[in-house]
Every structure is written in structure tokens, then in C-alpha cells.
Design a protein around this ligand. Structure first.
Ligand SMILES: [Zn+2]
Length: 231
């Protein structure tokens, strides 16, 4: 049963697939977005911190063991060996240990990445978690954490191109994102190469409704070239 409170949060009971803890999870409706930034981060009306709060709520975190995931806990069932692996990864993670009490907005994304590795999630999905973590950090002006998430997203996305069975459109979007995240990290030459590859992938697959992507690849490539010359 879904209950909506005055803050627009929907609350529902769940049990943790790792430790069995019962708790009430809540989702904040994402609300109206007004376009996207070039790394696909949604823009919201209102304060950036509210946007961060909304994005954060798409991850469910068990308050007891810190298992976290983007999908509903009700859809997750785990083998005992997987549960054990997840518990060990969470226990060994330094960031989760240090930041558990202060609970910054990016922590759920990190917890979901650690949990996701234990669940053997595809690299594309791990990268997506890190990308989203970087969006939340930017909305909250957490620059060093934003860069750390971007670096990890790039690593997962490169592995995804290698190992995951991505559809044509997904190949071009993922390649474009590697370029855009590299550019944001100041790696302009690498960024240009990735944009070029993204353009090629797009041409090969020609998915419908991808003109925005083609335009974005061109615009961001020009920007990276300008930044590379200035650097
Ligand atoms: Zn738990």
C-alpha cells in the first residue's frame, strides 16, 4: 500500500533482501524537470538541494545493513552466497564506514554501487549509479566527490562497452557519456576521441529520435576542442 504524506513522499513497507530488516521506504516524486545538462543530469525547478533530495530518493537503502539498490527491494531475491558477498563488501568499504553517520546525499549511490558489485550487476548499471551520484554531488557543490564518481563512472562505462551486450543506441549514449565525463575531469583530448567514437557509433546504429544526441555530440566535441586549445 502506498501512503503519500504532506511532503509528497510515498511511503511503503519493505524488507531488506540481505539482512531481513523491516522498514518504511519512501520515494519522492521526481517532479517537473526542465531539460537536461550535457551529462544528462536533469534540471529541476526550485532549489538545487531539492533536486538532490529527489534524486537521492530513487535509491532505497537498508538503514540496518546499508544494502542499497535502485530497483524496489521487493523485486530482489538473493542467493545466500550473494548475500554474504554483499555483506563483506559493505563491511570492508571505508567510505561507508566513515560517512554512515553524516549520511551525505551521495552515500546511497555509493552504497548501491558497492551492493551492485556484490550482485554482479552489469557494468553499464554500475556506471549509471556513479553517474547519478556525480549529479547529486554537483547539485550539492561536493566537487571532489563529484570527480570521484565521474572517474568511477568512466571506468564502469568503458568496461560496459567491452563486456556488456549493449544495444546500438546504448553504445552511442555510453560512449558519449565517457567523453562528457572526461571533458568535465579536464581530460579534453581523450574527451574529443570519445565524442568522435560516439558519433561513429551513432551513425552505425541510426536509432530513431537520436538527433538530440547527434547535436549534443557535435556541440560538446567543439567545446572540448576549444578547452583543449586553451589548456
Ligand atoms: Zn539490510
Amino acid at each position: 500500500m502506498l501512503l503519500e504524506d504532506v511532503m509528497g513522499r510515498q511511503r511503503y513497507p519493505v524488507s531488506c533482501p540481505v539482512c531481513g530488516h523491516l522498514f518504511t521506504a519512501s520515494v519522492v516524486r521526481l517532479g517537473v524537470t526542465v531539460g537536461r545538462e550535457p551529462d544528462l543530469c536533469p534540471r529541476f525547478r526550485g532549489r538545487a538541494a531539492d533536486g538532490a533530495r529527489r534524486m537521492r530518493s530513487e535509491i532505497t537503502v537498508c538503514p540496518e545493513c546499508l544494502f542499497a539498490a535502485r530497483e524496489s527491494f521487493r523485486d530482489i531475491s538473493l542467493l545466500p552466497t550473494t548475500r554474504h558477498d554483499i555483506e563483506e563488501r559493505i563491511a570492508a568499504d571505508g567510505l561507508l564506514k566513515v560517512f554512515r553517520t553524516s549520511d551525505p546525499s551521495w552515500l546511497p549511490f555509493h552504497a548501491a554501487e558497492v551492493s551492485g558489485k556484490g550482485r554482479n550487476l552489469p557494468a553499464r548499471e554500475l556506471g549509471e549509479l556513479c553517474l547519478r551520484g556525480s549529479w547529486v554531488c554537483r547539485k550539492e557543490n561536493e566537487k571532489p566527490f563529484e570527480s570521484a564518481f565521474q572517474t568511477r563512472a568512466i571506468r564502469h562505462f568503458i568496461r560496459a562497452l567491452d563486456e556488456d551486450d549493449l544495444s546500438g543506441r546504448n553504445v552511442s549514449v555510453t560512449t558519449y557519456l565517457i567523453g562528457e565525463l572526461s571533458r568535465r575531469l579536464g581530460q579534453h583530448r581523450e574527451a574529443v576521441n570519445w565524442y568522435v567514437n560516439a558519433g561513429k557509433a551513432l551513425e552505425e546504429s541510426r536509432p530513431e529520435g537520436s538527433t538530440w544526441l547527434g547535436r549534443m555530440i557535435e556541440e560538446q566535441k567543439r567545446l572540448a576542442e576549444k578547452e583543449a586549445d586553451a589548456a
